[in-house]
Design a protein around this ligand. Structure first.
Ligand code: FES
Length: 206
């Protein structure tokens, strides 16, 4: 008797179990599985349930992409390639499109975040007001490259194309609080004052 191998979407891994860097080869649409929907490979992971529920609520239509991505972000804290592939299979969307959406919005993250986040807007309005220099200064002072998290997990330094505060350029978002007309000294003070436990913690600074 010939036993057919399972469809490829059943073999896909889920966030938390695997993280692979998003390289250009990983974006090749030919690698996208053409899976029937709904995706069932993630049924064993309870954290995936709200993601599945979000996609089901939207009839597995492409218009539910943002809601599904928010659900992944809430459940796992970040959105990795495996999650994007699973959503792509369910919503019949190419990985390249999902990757484009995830990287466009600053509130989505491809890697686990630090306890605090500092997002420097590099959109046109902010760039011409010196956002690039500001980013370099923060990177040097905090000893972390853009897109990365400090070795102690305290701070993630991220960039965005626009955070919706163009009139206050250059704009920086620290723990979801927009700092407009950001100056190096003010950002330095604010980052130095962040506690080590994370936003909302009562921990005192030394
Ligand atoms: S370009 Fe920076 S807030 Fe819009």
């Amino acid at each position: 008797m010939v036993i057919a191998s399972p469809p490829t979407y059943l073999k896909m891994e889920i966030p938390g179990q695997v993280f692979s860097a998003m390289g250009k080869h990983a974006l090749a649409e030919k690698n996208m599985p053409s899976a029937p929907r709904p995706v069932t490979n993630t049924a064993a992971d309870k954290r995936w349930r709200p993601v599945e529920a979000a996609m089901r609520r939207n009839g597995y239509r492409a218009g539910g992409l943002i809601e599904a991505l928010h659900a992944v972000q809430r459940a796992y804290g970040y959105i990795d390639e495996a999650a994007m592939r699973a959503i792509g299979a369910a919503l019949q969307l190419p990985l390249s499109k999902i990757y484009g959406v995830v990287t466009f919005y600053h509130f989505f993250h491809l890697k686990p975040k630090g306890r605090h986040t500092c997002v420097v807007c590099l959109g046109t309005a902010c760039y011409i007001k010196g956002a690039d220099r500001l980013l370099q200064t923060i990177s040097r002072e905090q000893q972390v490259s853009p897109g990365e998290t400090t070795a102690d997990g305290r701070l993630s330094l991220l960039t965005a194309r626009c955070v919706g505060a163009c009139g206050q350029a250059p704009a920086v978002v620290i723990d979801d609080q927009v700092v407009g007309q950001a100056e190096e000294s003010a950002i330095h003070r604010q980052l130095a004052g962040l506690n080590s436990a994370g936003p909302g913690s009562d921990e005192e600074q030394p």
